[in-house]
Ligand binder design. Structure first.
Ligand SMILES: C[S@@+](CC[C@H](N)C(=O)[O-])C[C@H]1O[C@@H](n2cnc3c(N)ncnc32)[C@H](O)[C@@H]1O
Length: 299
C-alpha cells in the first residue's frame, strides 16, 4: 500500500485523507440521479442539460460531473457544442437503479445512515459501543431501533442487502455442495424471541456479525436445537485473516459494526469456536475472494 515514493510525497496519506470526499461524490451523483438520467437519455448530455433535467445549479453539476470523470464513473467528450458526458460501463452496470447488479440501494444506505454514524467514530472507539443514540437519538436497547430509525429505513436497508447479494450471492452459495439439504431456512426477523422452525440447513447470512460472542452462542444454540440431525448451518460473513491483518474491506466493516451494532467481523477460527460451542462439528471454511465468505458446520 504505502511505497518508498510516499516518503518524499505522502500520496497514500493524502488519498486516505480525501477518502470521504470520494464517497460523497458517488453518494451525491447517485442521489441526484446522474447515472439514471444518462442511461435513459441514450446519448451524451451537456452539463447544462443534465442540470436542467435534474433541477440543480449548472455550476454545481458541472463540478460534480467533472469529479465523476476523474473517478472514471463518467466519460467526457469535447465537441463543438461543448463538453458532453456519458456513463462508463461500470456506472451503467452498478450505479443505475434499474440494472440487475445495481448497488444504488446500498450506496444510498451508506449515504443516509452509515455516513452519519461514522461522524461519531472517535466516540465509538472511546466508548466501545455503537453510536445510534448519539447519531439519531434512538436507544440501542430497543432491538429494532438499534438498526433502523423507521420501517422505511428497514426496507431501504433490506434493498441495500439485496444489492450485495446480486454481486456476491452466487459465489457464496457455490462455495459448498448444498444439494443434500432439501429444507433450508434463511434466518432473519426477531430470532432471539421467536421460535426457530425445524430445518436441515440454516443460513445465517450477516447475522452473527451484528452480535457479541454471548448473543452469538445463544443464537447458535437455538439453531442447533432446532436443526435436524445430519443437518447444518451455513454462515455467510466477511472473514478477517487469522492475524487480523486484512482484508482492509473487512477491517472497515468491523469498524462499522462497532459504530452501528453490538457485533464485529471475525476470523474463521473465531466463527469455528462459536459453532463448536453450540455443538456443531465438521466445520469447513471457504474464502470466495470477494466480499463475503462461507463457513459450514454440521450437527
Ligand atoms: C445485516 S442483516 C442481514 C440480512 C440478510 N440475512 C442478508 O444477508 O442480506 C441482519 C438481519 O438481522 C435481523 N435482525 C434480527 N434482530 C435484529 C435486531 N435486533 N437488530 C437488527 N437486526 C436484527 C434483521 O432481519 C436483519 O435483516
Amino acid at each position: 500500500m504505502s511505497s518508498t515514493e510516499d516518503l518524499d510525497y505522502p500520496k497514500t496519506i493524502l488519498q486516505y485523507n480525501s477518502g470521504f470526499l470520494v464517497s460523497k461524490v458517488i453518494f451525491t451523483a447517485c442521489e441526484l440521479g446522474v447515472f439514471d438520467l444518462l442511461l435513459e437519455s441514450g446519448e451524451p448530455l451537456s452539463s447544462d442539460a443534465i442540470a436542467t433535467r435534474l433541477g440543480t445549479s449548472t455550476t454545481g453539476m458541472e463540478r460534480l460531473l467533472d469529479a465523476c470523470v476523474g473517478l472514471k464513473l463518467l466519460a467526457v467528450e469535447l465537441t463543438q457544442e461543448g463538453a458532453l458526458y456519458r456513463n462508463t460501463e461500470i456506472s451503467n452496470i452498478y450505479l443505475t437503479k434499474s440494472s440487475p447488479k445495481s448497488q444504488y440501494h446500498i450506496i444510498m444506505y451508506y449515504s443516509n445512515t452509515v455516513y452519519l454514524c461514522w461522524h461519531y467514530l472517535a466516540d465509538a472507539v472511546r466508548e466501545g459501543k455503537n453510536q445510534y443514540e448519539r447519531a439519531f437519538g434512538i436507544s440501542s436497547k430497543d432491538p429494532f431501533g438499534a438498526m433502523y430509525r423507521s420501517e422505511e429505513e428497514m426496507l431501504k436497508f433490506m434493498a441495500g442487502q439485496n444489492s450485495v447479494w446480486s454481486i456476491c450471492g452466487r459465489d457464496v452459495l457455490a462455495a459448498f455442495d448444498l444439494s443434500s439439504f432439501t429444507q433450508i431456512y434463511d434466518l432473519g426477523g426477531d430470532f432471539f424471541n421467536d421460535s426457530i422452525p425445524e430445518a436441515e440447513l440454516y443460513i445465517l447470512s450477516k447475522i452473527l456479525h451484528d452480535w457479541d460472542d454471548d448473543k452469538c452462542r445463544q443464537l447458535l444454540a437455538k439453531v442447533y436445537n432446532a436443526c435436524k440431525p445430519g443437518g447444518g448451518v451455513l454462515l455467510v460473513e466477511s472473514l478477517l485473516n487469522e492475524d487480523k491483518s486484512g482484508p482492509l474491506e473487512t477491517q472497515l466493516y468491523s469498524m462499522n459494526m462497532l459504530v452501528q451494532t453490538e457485533g464485529k467481523e471475525r476470523t474463521a477460527a473465531e466463527y469455528s469456536k462459536l459453532l463448536e460451542a453450540a455443538g456443531f462439528g465438521e466445520i469447513q471454511v471457504k474464502r470466495t475472494g470477494k466480499l463475503y465468505d462461507a463457513v459450514l458446520g454440521r450437527k
